[in-house]
Write a protein that binds this ligand. Structure first.
Ligand code: MG
Length: 408
């Protein structure tokens, strides 16, 4: 029996790689639903190739390009409608940012497994997501490479025997950059990731290490572990994706080429493993695998994420929403690279966390954070060019401490 798969965000990086996996495994996997925000041309081509039962695009305009075999959904509730009306075994959530939360909840409430590549959903609403999964008996299948690695290390193990998880981080393109270089980083530089090919938002998050901070929170929920049991190690080669240390001191690691198709395929094929057409690792010619501690001073986003996780409640939502705004402002050239942690820190400082009540509550807090930051960011921002001159070339660059940030 083929597994019936819905792919949300099918025209994005995760979505396209998911379709690669399905294309390579026509005997076992079948696309029954596709959803894309606005890339109608690519979506139409995907519909023509995979002939899903249903597809979604925001304005429904893809209907003009497809035959009658595919039902088209559109509008604000369209993705949720698609999930409720199409029989599927697993929904791959590859939509970036916070838009995926409602769709994830709908799939879980319906009892469909979710391969969750979107981390914001778990970071903001991890408690709700895991509760919904437990209530319906659906599984949240880890699809982030590090979490897939942990999951793979835990197959056949007892979770009570975990001493700690160690998530690997490449360190991003600025792992060895000086303070002065960090202050002058351009969007183009931040978008050049050394080992992984990903969407723009997550690539910038990898450069600030905020991505790894989100992954710590994600791991808390997926594996039900306290923050203190989740560590991060810098590993520039991106061959080891995560390690699990057990109470007896034994450590298991998952190694593979940095290719998202493997974690996606594992989530879709679990509990089986399917062959891939790309090769394994050549240990005889393997480069040295290096590990080091993350630099908490130059990359404050990691500590900000831990702070948000420790606070809990709505604080991780503010972390996500503030970062989304900060990355947008950075990519459009309105703020510097080092302003990203400053904006995120300011938003966290200004927020009083409350327990998460519902998805609506979380999304309201996210929207309020966005609005607050957009309004206050103008008086706060410096351009990358100014950053280089004012911070780097005058009296020596000094990273601003969080307490130095003024508040409206
Ligand atoms: Mg990851």
């Amino acid at each position: 029996m083929k597994k019936r798969v819905v792919v949300l965000g099918s025209t994005g990086s995760i979505g396209k790689q998911t379709l690669d996996v399905i294309r390579a495994n026509p005997e076992t996997l079948r696309v029954v639903g596709l959803a894309s925000g606005s890339d109608v041309r690519t979506l139409a081509a995907q519909i023509a190739e995979f002939k899903p039962e249903a597809a979604y695009c925001v304005d429904g305009s893809v209907a003009r390009h497809v035959g009658e075999g595919t039902r088209i959904f559109s509008g604000d509730d369209g993705i949720t409608q698609l999930i409720w009306e199409v029989e599927a075994d697993v929904t791959v959530v590859g939509t970036p940012g916070m838009v995926a939360a409602r769709a994830t909840m709908a799939a879980l409430e319906r009892g469909q497994d979710v391969a969750l590549a979107n981390k914001e959903t778990l970071v903001m609403a991890g408690g709700l997501v895991m509760e919904a999964a437990a209530a319906s008996g659906a599984a949240v299948l880890p699809t982030d490479s590090e979490h897939s690695a942990v999951w793979q290390c835990l197959h056949g193990e007892n979770a009570a025997a975990i001493r700690r998880l160690i998530l690997a981080a490449s360190g991003g393109p600025f792992r060895t950059a000086s303070d002065r270089e960090l202050a002058a980083v351009t969007p183009a530089q931040a978008l050049r990731h050394p080992t992984w090919s990903m969407g723009a938002k997550i690539t910038v998050d990898s450069a600030t290490l905020l991505n790894k901070g989100l992954e710590i929170i994600e791991a808390q929920w997926l594996f039900g572990l306290p923050l203190a049991k989740i560590d991060v190690v810098i590993h520039p080669q991106s061959i080891v994706h995560a390690l699990v240390e057990f109470v007896d001191g034994a450590v298991k690691a998952q190694l593979s080429h940095p290719d998202m198709r493997l974690p996606i395929q594992h989530a879709l094929s679990y509990p089986e493993r399917l062959p891939t057409h790309w090769g394994g690792l050549d240990f005889a010619r393997a480069p040295v695998l290096e590990f080091s501690e993350p630099d908490a001073v130059r990359f404050p986003c990691l500590a900000l994420a831990r702070q948000a996780a420790e606070t809990g409640g709505t604080a991780p939502t503010v972390l996500c929403a503030a970062d989304e705004v900060a990355v947008e402002l950075f990519l459009e050239g309105s703020i510097s690279f080092l302003d990203i942690p400053r904006l995120v820190g300011r938003a966290l400082d200004a927020h009083t966390s409350t327990p998460v009540e519902s998805l609506d509550h979380v999304l309201t807090v996210a929207a309020e954070t966005r609005q607050w930051l957009m309004e206050s960011a103008l008086g706060f921002s410096v351009t990358p060019a100014e950053a280089g001159v004012q911070r780097g070339e005058e009296d020596g660059f000094r990273a601003p401490a969080r307490g130095e940030l003024s508040r409206e």
